[in-house]
Design a protein around this ligand. Structure first.
Ligand code: FAD
Length: 401
């Protein structure tokens, strides 16, 4: 093994190259990214960075110099032109780079509002890259009116930031409730109330009919309930699509993203995938995880497997979201739950997802202890009696024994 190429200089790509070096790989590593900046964290983009509370330098996963110091060639602002999987080469402009192992860590692209309803107007934004956030930031300003389309975590975080910055905020969610894809009604109820208490207009079962523009810039919107309002800024948080361009060039199998096995390997034994772009087997189904935990852990497993360690990647999902003064921490994956046990400790609250007697996941709101204990229980495969969980006075720590 002499040459390893990683395409995608984001969370997974950066984690993979760092792990390769940490595991003692001494050959050539090339990290190719189409953004002009070194790998950075995306979560603060819809939180502290958009709020203006985090400096740009703190977003970077490592200082740019680190890559050179560790013999990692960074090719930024570069898009791959071709991949020849038989010859094991990647073409980048005039360069044809050989590889022994190739890692696809290309992340995902946000869905955009269609152009035929005004999605291409100025003032209509998505939140994925540093460039996206820098472009919208001046319009996230006191006294202006924001329409947030989509009631998932990105939309809710954007609404919280816009509100904190003094905007008049409306959030529309076309399906019957916010967080419908990712959380139980109990968690949705909690965040709906939180946003309403902060003055956000949350409309569920209401979509965007079309945007109105003047001189190419959005000035308002007509909603599917017939309401028409002026808006200065529109932010769409309506889901993501895995970036599959390089995977298609390489001809590897796709199935809800780039299909990998439990080692992170694709249908081509020399090509691996990790992060948002990759799907993997989990509890008898194929899933794609859109989180920092998955990007790091899967990429590190890939690095080890490239070096012959033969390790299965078993996701231990965790996630977080910051909205106003609430920190939501999620452990586990709630897919397949049939009941939710609410542990209502007042300011500290947690929602525990069960399938039958099996604990699957926990949503903890301002309850780091509930989160940590829930996470450890899930990782240990332990399922506490729901009656104990439901009693906010009960001590959870003994459950870990
Ligand atoms: P990315 O970090 O997106 O990196 C992929 C990189 O590959 C990008 O730079 C992309 O431009 C590049 N690329 C794509 N195609 C090519 C190509 N053909 N050639 C070269 N380069 C290419 N997760 C959490 O766990 N908690 C959170 O609170 C949270 N908040 C988030 C908030 C926001 C606003 C966003 C956008 C995401 C958030 N996430 C959060 C999700 C998390 O950031 C992603 O799951 C994670 O970044 C995925 O890492 P990745 O390396 O797969 O993709």
């Amino acid at each position: 093994m002499e040459n390893i190429i990683v395409i995608g200089a984001g969370q997974a790509g950066a984690s993979c190259v760092a792990k390769l070096r940490a595991e003692g790989f001494e050959g050539k590593i090339t990290l190719i990214g189409d953004e002009p900046v070194p790998p950075y964290q995306r979560p603060p983009l819809s939180k502290a960075y958009l709020l203006g509370e985090m400096a740009l330098e703190r977003l970077y996963l490592r200082p740019e110099a680190w890559y050179g110091e560790n013999g990692i060639e960074l090719r930024l602002g570069s898009t791959v032109d071709a991949i020849d999987a038989a010859a094991k080469t990647v073409t980048l402009g005039d360069d044809v780079l050989p590889y022994d192992a190739l890692v696809l860590a290309t992340g995902s692209t946000p869905r955009r509002l269609p152009a035929n309803i005004g999605g291409d107007l100025g003032g209509v934004h998505v939140v994925r890259t540093l460039a996206d956030v820098d472009a919208m930031e001046p319009a996230v300003a006191e006294g202006l009116r924001a329409l947030i389309v989509g009631g998932g975590y990105i939309g809710l975080e954007a609404a919280a930031v816009a509100r904190k910055r003094g905007m008049d905020v409306t959030l529309v969610e076309a399906t019957p409730r916010i967080l419908g894809r990712v959380a139980a009604p109990e968690t949705a109820d909690y965040f709906r109330e939180l946003h309403r208490a902060q003055g956000v207009r949350v409309l569920e079962g209401v979509g965007l009919d079309c945007l109105n523009g003047v001189d190419g810039h959005v000035v308002g919107a007509i909603l599917t309930n017939g309401e028409e309002h002026p808006y200065d800024l529109v932010i769409a948080g309506i889901g993501i699509i895995p970036n599959d361009g390089p995977a298609k060039m390489a001809g590897v199998e796709m199935d809800n993203g780039i299909a990998t096995d439990s080692k992170g390997r694709t249908s081509d034994p020399n090509i691996y995938a990790a992060g948002d772009c990759a799907s993997l087997p989990f509890r008898g189904q194929r899933i794609r995880l859109e989180s920092v935990q998955n990007a790091i852990d899967q990429a590190e497993a890939v690095a080890k497997n490239i070096l012959g360690r033969d390790e299965d990647y078993v996701p231990q999902p965790w996630f977080w979201s910051d909205q106003y003064d609430v920190k939501l921490q999620i452990a586990g994956l709630n897919t397949g739950y049939d009941k939710v046990i609410v542990r209502d400790g007042g300011a500290m609250r947690s929602h525990w997802y069960y399938a039958g007697d099996t604990l699957l996941a926990v949503d903890a709101m301002n309850d780091p202890r509930g989160y940590m204990i829930g996470k450890r229980l899930i990782e240990a495969g332990k399922s506490p009696d729901p009656a104990v969980i439901a009693d906010p006075e009960s001590d959870l720590k003994p459950l870990l024994k």
